[in-house]
Design a protein around this ligand. Structure first.
Ligand code: GLU
Length: 476
């Protein structure tokens, strides 16, 4: 793990922020206003479990309210603490600004190991935590909208939404108090896959620019690229799945808590997923080499390294040995500020977290809009779009028959062209567009300014500038 001189996670985020802000010319005092976390609420509450009252410690931190509601996930993990939620809340501010999701940044967490509790117990704990936050407007459709993060999923979001609704029975927008809900509980198609899908779209966009690819010493497309994924939860799994199934990348290693699986020919991502869900880990998986010291694989030869678990996994202790020429931060803060510096000096290209993992909050934004508009995306247009396409196809076929040319549209084309987009397709299209636009914004700064060497600083410059403009517009 990290060595003594490593700064804390929040300090690490601040150091990265400072590196960027040094290149800006902000009005006096605004830099400090943006950097600091506005407020962190700490709650200790009791829940009667197994015959006694157990006390839990929860946090909700609000980093910036330049736009409201503020947004960010709720994490369930033993390591949750104030420093961590504040760092994560700050990253949410910059992330939302970069992908133009109209939110301020927030983050929450509960200090507990979810694997130690059964479903009923988790429901009691979650509802009580939600009650504590909701009564202080730290869960609220127009003020603070949580979402899943490590250790939480659709299930917890459904409990939170229901708890909020019970406390606000006349609020017609109650469902918009949280995102990442199950589809049948006010969720949106494509939210579960969204962060992993966003990682795929980010990499596709990067590989659309041969000049940028060359900076990492790589060339060509994603096809055949050797990828290592660290963390095989929701984000790591979906990223690995889409990159291998749709882009031809080879997942040569998957690193989990109980070791790593390695196969230079490429792992079968679905088979590993099935193994992990029945056995609780990667150990014993029959079709790959198991390396008990999984983190060693972070230093393995590969083209692309995807840290998709917790913060600080690449630190002063191992950064110098990391060989990947391209790292995409699917987790929040997987590189410490020190590691970031070592790797930049080596010429490693780092696609930063605030961009790389923004797929989740982007689709959360779509879900929130869907909840507020009370209608599924595509419901009004879909059949009308199909009817118009049908008109065109009919007309082309009539012209062809009348003129005696005799060509016809292929059945494959017709089938694809005639079908109107459903919600999932619209969500993916919106996410793809968002990831492309955010990359373009970073890229303009990366290539356009001589004093900007890396994508992280470019991302911060874009985000901080947007946050600053929004403060200035308010007259602050
Ligand atoms: N927890 C996710 C993140 O770190 C999603 C946040 C959201 O959807 O609000 O970005």
């Amino acid at each position: 793990m990290a060595q003594a001189k490593e700064p804390s996670f929040r300090q690490s985020v601040d150091l990265m922020f400072n590196r960027a802000v040094a290149l800006m010319d902000l009005p006096p005092g605004l830099e400090e206003k943006i950097r600091v976390c506005n407020a962190t609420y700490i709650v200790r509450f009791g829940v009667r479990l197994r015959g006694r009252i157990q006390t839990f410690v929860g946090y909700r931190s609000v980093h910036s309210e330049h736009m409201e509601p503020v947004k960010g996930g709720i994490r369930y993990a033993m390591g949750v603490n104030q420093d961590e939620v504040e760092a994560l809340a700050a990253l949410m501010t910059y992330k939302c600004a970069l992908v133009e999701a109209p939110f301020g940044g927030s983050k929450g967490g509960l200090c507990l190991d979810p694997r130690q509790y059964d479903e009923h117990e988790l429901e009691l704990i979650t509802r009580r935590f939600a009650y504590e936050l909701a009564k202080r407007a730290l869960i609220h459709p127009s003020q603070n909208v949580p979402a899943p993060d490590m250790g939480t999923s659709e299930r917890e979001m459904a409990w939170i939404a229901d708890q909020y609704s019970r406390m606000n029975t006349t609020d017609i927008n109650a469902r918009a108090c949280v995102t990442g809900k199950p589809l049948h509980g006010g969720g949106i198609a494509g939210r579960v896959e969204a962060t992993g899908r966003g990682v795929q779209y980010a990499l596709r966009e990067y590989f659309r620019h041969p000049e940028d690819v060359a900076r990492s010493g790589l060339s060509g497309t994603l096809d055949g690229k050797r990828v290592i994924v660290q963390g095989f939860g929701n984000v790591g799994y979906h990223a690995a799945k889409f990159l291998s199934e749709e882009d031809g990348a080879k997942i040569i290693a998957i690193i989990e808590r109980d070791g790593a699986l390695v196969d230079e020919e490429g792992l079968d991502v679905e088979a590993v997923r099935n193994w992990v869900s029945t056995h609780g880990g990667v150990s014993g998986y029959p079709n790959a080499t198991h390396v008990p010291e999984g983190d060693k694989l972070l230093e393995h030869e590969c083209d692309i390294l995807i840290p998709a678990a917790v913060e600080g996994v690449i630190n002063l202790g191992n950064a110098a040995r990391v060989k990947a020429p391209l790292i995409i931060e699917a987790a929040n803060g997987p590189l410490t500020a020190g590691a970031d510096e070592i790797l930049r000096e080596k010429g490693t290209v780092i696609i930063p977290d605030m961009y790389a993992n923004a797929g989740g909050v982007t689709v959360s934004y779509f879900e929130w809009v869907k909840n507020l508009s009370h209608i599924r995306f595509g419901r009004m247009q879909r059949r009308q779009e199909e009817a118009r396409h049908q008109l065109l196809v009919d007309e082309l076929e009539r012209l062809s028959a009348d003129s005696g040319i005799g060509w016809s549209l292929s059945p494959g084309f017709k089938q694809k062209y005639l079908r109107g987009a459903d919600e999932l397709e619209l969500v993916r299209s919106g996410l793809d567009d968002t990831m492309r636009a955010a990359y373009q914004a970073m890229r303009e700064v990366w290539h356009g300014r001589d004093d900007v060497e890396d994508l992280r600083v470019a991302a911060y410059l874009v985000s901080i500038d947007r946050v600053a403009k929004s403060y200035q517009a308010k007259g602050l």
